[in-house]
Design a protein around this ligand. Sequence first.
Ligand SMILES: [Zn+2]
Length: 425
Amino acid sequence: MPAHPDLVAQNAQFTKKIHKLSDNVFTAVGYAASNVHFLVGEAGIVLIDTTETTQAAENILSDFRAISNLPITTIIYTHSHRDHISGAKVFAEGRDVEVIASDNFTSDLVGVDQSRPAPNKALMARTKRHFGISLRPDERISVGVGPGDRPMKGMGAGYIEPTQRISERTQLNRDGFDLELVKAPGETPDHIVVWLASQKILFSGDNFYHAFPNLYAIRGTPYRDFDAWADTMDQLMAFEPEVLAPGHTQPVVGADAIRTALTDYRDAIRHVVSTTVEGMNAGLDPVTIAADLRLPDHLASKPYLQEFYGHVGYASRAYFAGTLGWFDGNPTNLGELPPVAEALKIIRLAGGADAVLLAAKTALSDGETQWAMELADRLIFADQQKDAASKIKIQALRYIADFTVNAPTRNYYLLAARELEENLA
Ligand SMILES: [Zn+2]
C-alpha cells in the first residue's frame, strides 16, 4: 500500500537508538511511540518517562543495561498520557521507587470517576482509529510522533501511581543531579518539564516534537489551551537549553537550533489563534476558516511543523469550539435537521437513491473523494442503496488515506474503512 512519501520519510525520526546526550544522560528513541530518558548518577538512575507498554520498556531496559547496571531510583512523569506512564513497573524491577508528577496529574488510568456518565466507549472506539490499533504495521506506517511498527504487549500495564506531587517550580537533588521541575502546560495542563542546569539539557515532555502540535486530537479531547501552550514555548526558551530532549522524536542539539524551533512552534500556534480569531470576528463559520487557514511559508516549510501529528485545520476548529462553542453563528443551524431527515429530503430532491449513487460514483472517478463520501453518507443515513454507497465510501477513505500526511487521519480513514467493510451485508 502506498502512503504519503513525507509520512514514510518521517520514520527516520524513529530509528531505534539510545542517543547519548552527554557522558551520563541518554534518551531511548524509536522503541515505542514515546521516549525514555536516563540520567545515570554514581549510585542510581533518574528516569524521565516510562513509555507505553511493558514490552517496549523491557526492550529499552535490556538494551540500556549495556550502558549501566545501576538501579533506577526515581521516575519522573512529564505528564499523564498513557504512552509515558505505562512501563514504570518494568524499570522499577520490583524495588520501591520514588515516582514524581505534577500536583494536577490525572490520567487515563487513574482519577476517572466511574460513578458519573462519560463517553468512554466512544473515546475508546475513536482512539483505536486515531492510533490505527489493529491495522497492520504496513498499513499504519506511523502514529505521527512514533513508529507504526512497535510492541503492543502490556499496553498501559506497568503504571505506578506517583508518590510525590510537585507544584510550580521545585528543586530536587536525586542521584547527584540538581534538577529543576517546572510546571509547563501545553499538550496537557498537567505537564512538567525537567531542567538539568549543569548540562543545559531540557526534557520538554510533549510540549515540543517534530510535528505540528496536536492542539486537537481526533480521538476526542477537551479544549487544549492554545495561549498557555504558546506561552510555555517562551518559558522553555528562557532556560537557554543547549540540548532539548522531547517526549517523542529525536533530540534537538544546539542553542540556536532550539531557540529557532521553539520560536517557530510558538509562532505557529499564535498564527492559528490570530487567523481563527480574525475569521470569527468577520462572522465566518469554523469550516470556512479552517479550509482557508495556512501557516506562513517560513513556518510551513519547517520539518518540525509538518502535519504528521497535529493538523492546522483541526486546530483552528478546536479553537473556535473551545472559545465560542459549537454554534457557528448561523441561526439556521440552531434547528438543523438531523442527518437522516436531511438525507431523505436531499435524496428525494435529487431524483432518488439511484441518481445519488450515480453522482457518488462519478465524483469518486473524478477524484472528488470528499464529495463522493458526502453523497454516500446520505444514502447510508437514509438506508437506501446502503451497501453500494458503503463501498464507495470505503474506496474514497482508502484513496484519501494515501494522500494525507497526517498519521491520525490516515489511521482513522483506514480503520473506519475496514469497519464499514465488516458491516457490509
Ligand atoms: Zn506522548
